[in-house]
Design a protein around this ligand. Sequence first.
Ligand SMILES: NC(=O)C1=CN([C@@H]2O[C@H](COP(=O)(O)OP(=O)(O)OC[C@H]3O[C@@H](n4cnc5c(N)ncnc54)[C@H](O)[C@@H]3O)[C@@H](O)[C@H]2O)C=CC1
Ligand SMILES: O=C(O)C(=O)COP(=O)(O)O
Length: 409
Amino acid sequence: MTIKSLHKDKIKILLLEGVHQSALEVLKSNGYSNIEYVKSALDDEELKQKISDVHFVGIRSRTQLTDDVIAHANKLAAIGCFCIGTNQVNIEAAQIRGIPVFNAPFSNTRSVAELVLGETLLLLRGIPEKSALAHRGVWQKTAVGSVEARGKTLGIIGYGHIGTQLGILAEHVGMRVKFYDIETKLPLGNASQVDSMTELLNTADVITLHVPETASTQNMMGVAEFDAMKQGAIFINAARGTVVDIDALAEAIESKKLGGAAIDVFPVEPGSNDEEFVSPLRAFDNVILTPHIGGSTKEAQENIGREVSGKIVKYSDNGSTLSAVNFPEVSLPAHTDRSRLFHIHHNQPGVLTQINKAFAERDINIAAQYLQTDDKIGYVVIDVETHHAETALKELKAIDGTIRARLIH
Ligand SMILES: NC(=O)C1=CN([C@@H]2O[C@H](COP(=O)(O)OP(=O)(O)OC[C@H]3O[C@@H](n4cnc5c(N)ncnc54)[C@H](O)[C@@H]3O)[C@@H](O)[C@H]2O)C=CC1
Ligand SMILES: O=C(O)C(=O)COP(=O)(O)O
């Protein structure tokens, strides 16, 4: 009897944080029906328990997949981040266990850029404060402190997908766009790159952050950086909460150094809509506070649902790791008349030679083979005649340096 790959009914998928229904549609239409759908994030203990027997997990920005949590995921084949950021996942811990991590690198870019542009226009007019006062019966009809966006300088820190998109939108309302990035970037439209963050802070009327959460961005805005901003400037953060020293920001608002702010992400965010949101910024009417909804639009969520679930299906069906954030990228055309296996190994010299030698000794003809490596791991997808699949899998599992080997179909 020849071995068979795991039947799709047996492949367990856990989707957390209410990912869009489009993800379920894609998975189900591709034959994956064993899906548990949870609307919120889970706490550490519940997560460890639920993740222990699933093959795929889908999360958003809230679920923390630490080394410890991943260590409990005995059967986990891949992780889908139904968002842009992957900082909530220990991607090295996943990689070293042979688990690719997928995300949707630009499905909600436009949504964030639109929100930030809208907030810029409102804050330059002092609208959040005037609106809050009006709600309390105070009529504050005045032009003092209200300016047009036209001709003002927007300073973008982190000129990637979101930063560039925002720059283009802002030019449409006549803003001058400057940006700071650790990489040299092609300026779009009439934007210009500055050499230092200080230069940007000194000259921009609005500063907005669009950097990922990394060691280099941790608390990149603190007391000194707020001091360096123009008197009365506007500050916006829709990147990650850890990028800003929140007490320093509260102080800069309190002292009126800043004219206003819009903050979408926080060092500590509630795990669900039932938890109270606690922040020193709640005290200020001139700060727009939003519950991490920069990417929360119908369009973005629907696209993300399709994109990330599509990547999970392609990995599960064909072994394709195209666009994985922590894995060598391999995509072989599907050959349904043959069997396909993959082998994930520590990147040490001679693994492919060992595989080819072992197959040759067993008379296993390789119909197609594709290897890619990065500095830590190697990933090879191999097609063989179906009657050789069982022996091939056995040989792959015995190769020195193997992390995991599997029969895909
Ligand atoms: N509020 C929300 O709902 C959302 C938040 N985000 C956050 O926005 C971040 C940015 O997203 P994208 O533009 O798609 O990322 P991206 O990767 O396209 O761009 C990030 C840019 O930041 C630059 N950068 C990195 N470290 C830097 C540093 N220390 N100083 C200056 N520049 C630095 C990079 O070179 C790159 O150009 C994401 O990583 C995520 O954390 C993304 C989507 C939604
Ligand atoms: O895409 C991102 O990185 C975000 O921050 C959006 O996260 P969310 O899916 O809204 O939890």
